[in-house]
Write a new protein. Structure first.
Length: 82
């Protein structure tokens, strides 16, 4: 996306190993630090080894989106974003 397309409503998923009971709160904190009003939901894998987090927010700029993605990808147990 280019800057002309922002602000934009973006939905993406983050897959993390199910290693911490605080991951949801950490993701919400990352978003709140940037004053983003976001919806975050979680779905555990069948065996409970992984959690898929769906994040939906209105991002003011591509830079803000990239910063949030970088912060989430640095979390313990991070696997992928899409």
């Amino acid at each position: 996306m280019t800057e002309e397309n922002f602000p934009a409503d973006i939905v993406f998923k983050a897959i993390l190993r199910n290693t911490s009971s605080f991951t949801m709160e950490t993701i919400k904190s990352i978003l709140a630090e940037r004053e983003l009003r976001a919806l975050v939901s979680a779905k555990e894998s069948k065996n409970g080894n992984f959690v898929s987090y769906t994040i939906s927010a209105r991002f003011p700029s591509n830079d803000c989106l990239m910063t949030v993605c970088d912060d989430i990808s640095s979390l313990d147990g991070f696997m992928t974003l899409f």
